[in-house]
Design a protein around this ligand. Structure first.
Ligand code: FAD
Length: 410
């Protein structure tokens, strides 16, 4: 029986793991070790309301600090787990402490992919992953400043939306031919490019890659590979993330684009589990292995790991979902698109409310819902059930979607 659990990392997945452990009645010792100075918090608001200054830190904490005291959870913040001694079953901390465990849960998340080009260390060149990153960005987030966003993915676009709303002069540079091209159909990219342009953001797709950040000690120009110069008071780089696997890899755990775990979140060492962004896990509903970067996955894997640790194992089987907020538009994505052979568009993008359905051999595999919560909610069930549709039926708005879904599921 497990008496002590140590969690490496104190982010979303870690926070949910400890909550689920106590909810399931685990009464052994829990030690959660995180390198950031804050208790577990939600990252999505960092590029949305927290960046906009509309909510403060307390509002984004997963649980208030009292919760951990009240539930006898030892929080060691501003502390890294430097190594794992698997033989002795001890976590080795940055301050020299050695913390014994029966089970260790690795919840180290991911880190931003860095652009190591000349001038990358200049002040004003920013990434966005943590509360501290936002506090730094906010210092120079004022009307009239020129912001160059490198990368037209979710984070870059969410920051662009907040920034232009605050009166900054915003340019987004995307090297590919459309924004969010990795995750959405061209119709959805075109819609988001339009709403940003309408708001005053300069979106430049097919841009030459940034080659250098220029300035004395603070950036003042972004130099592109084709020689163009973009004046900048502030730069935000959002070019993806990489999973934090060093701790696991150094300890000899199997890693392959993430820490390899089974459907119960167990790594190649049965005493060590892993959850969240850092994992490569199987998805029986989709019939493949995945590494996901989403709150839903962090939460659900945490619940799975807690169940495994409490001797009540339940395999992780979830249809992935994700969201992004830009201006008044909520994009909700369910399922995984990419190998569709057909898409159907329901509704008119000009109304700022429509949904794109991705079909493979007539089977629904993913939906992008833009201000369409009903389609999003029903799509979760439809994808899990392997529902089949014709493109015509999906595009026919004279039949309500609830009705269409009910007919299909019947
Ligand atoms: P993290 O939350 O990254 O937590 C990992 C923690 O472990 C970090 O605090 C890290 O510092 C710490 N750590 C790493 N190594 C060590 C070590 N050796 N010792 C101790 N501590 C360590 N997802 C959505 O679904 N919707 C959204 O709208 C959305 N928006 C986002 C916006 C932003 C700006 C960001 C950055 C992310 C967003 N995400 C969104 C993604 C989502 O936040 C992540 O998928 C989620 O936080 C993953 O949780 P995690 O616990 O696996 O990792």
């Amino acid at each position: 029986m497990t008496q002590s659990v140590v969690i490496a990392g104190a982010g979303h997945a870690a926070g949910q793991t400890v909550v689920s452990l106590r909810q399931k009645g685990f009464d052994g010792q829990i030690v959660m070790v995180g390198e950031e100075p804050y208790p577990p918090y939600q990252r999505p608001p960092l590029s949305k309301k927290f960046l906009a200054g509309e909510i403060e830190l307390e509002r984004i904490l997963l649980r208030q600090a009292r919760y951990y005291e009240d539930h006898d959870i030892e929080l060691r913040l501003s502390t890294r787990v430097e190594a794992i001694d698997r033989e002795q079953k001890r976590a080795l901390l940055g301050n020299g402490d050695r913390v014994p465990y029966d089970h260790l849960v690795i919840a180290t998340g991911s880190q931003v992919r860095r652009l190591d080009i000349p001038g990358h260390g200049l002040r004003g060149v920013n990434y966005l992953r943590t509360v501290d990153d936002v506090l730094r960005i906010r210092e120079s987030f004022s009307a009239g400043k020129r912001l160059v966003v490198i990368g037209g993915g979710y984070i870059g676009l969410e920051v662009a939306a907040v920034a232009v709303t605050h009166g900054l002069d915003v340019t987004v540079l995307e090297v590919l031919d459309r924004v969010m091209s990795r995750v959405v159909a061209p119709e959805v990219s075109a819609f988001f490019e339009n709403i940003h342009r309408e708001a005053g953001v300069k979106i430049r797709c097919g841009a030459s890659p940034a080659a250098e950040f220029v300035g004395r000690d603070h950036v003042d120009t972004v130099l592109l590979g084709d020689g163009q110069e973009m004046p900048a008071d502030l730069v935000l780089i959002g070019v993806g993330i990489v999973p934090n696997v060093e701790l696991a890899a150094t300890a000899g755990l199997q890693c392959d684009n993430g820490i390899v775990v089974d459907e119960f979140c167990r790594s190649s060492d049965p005493s060590i589990l892993a959850v969240g962004d850092c994992t490569n896990h199987p998805n029986s509903l989709l019939g493949c292995r995945l590494r996901l970067e989403s709150v839903h996955n962090a939460q659900e894997q945490a619940k799975t790991a807690a169940a495994t640790l409490c001797g009540d194992p339940k395999p992780y089987a979830q249809i992935p979902w994700f969201w992004s907020d830009q201006y008044d538009v909520k994009l909700q994505i369910v399922g995984l698109s990419g190998d569709q052979d057909e898409i159907a568009v329901r509704g008119d993008p000009a109304t700022r409310s429509f949904a794109v359905f991705y079909l493979r051999d007539g089977k629904l595999i993913a939906v992008d819902a833009i201000n369409r919560p009903r389609e999003f909610m029903l799509a979760k069930k439809l994808i899990a059930a392997g529902a089949e549709f014709s493109r015509h039926a999906l595009e026919d708005s004279t039949v309500g979607f609830k009705q269409l879904a009910a007919n299909t599921l019947a």
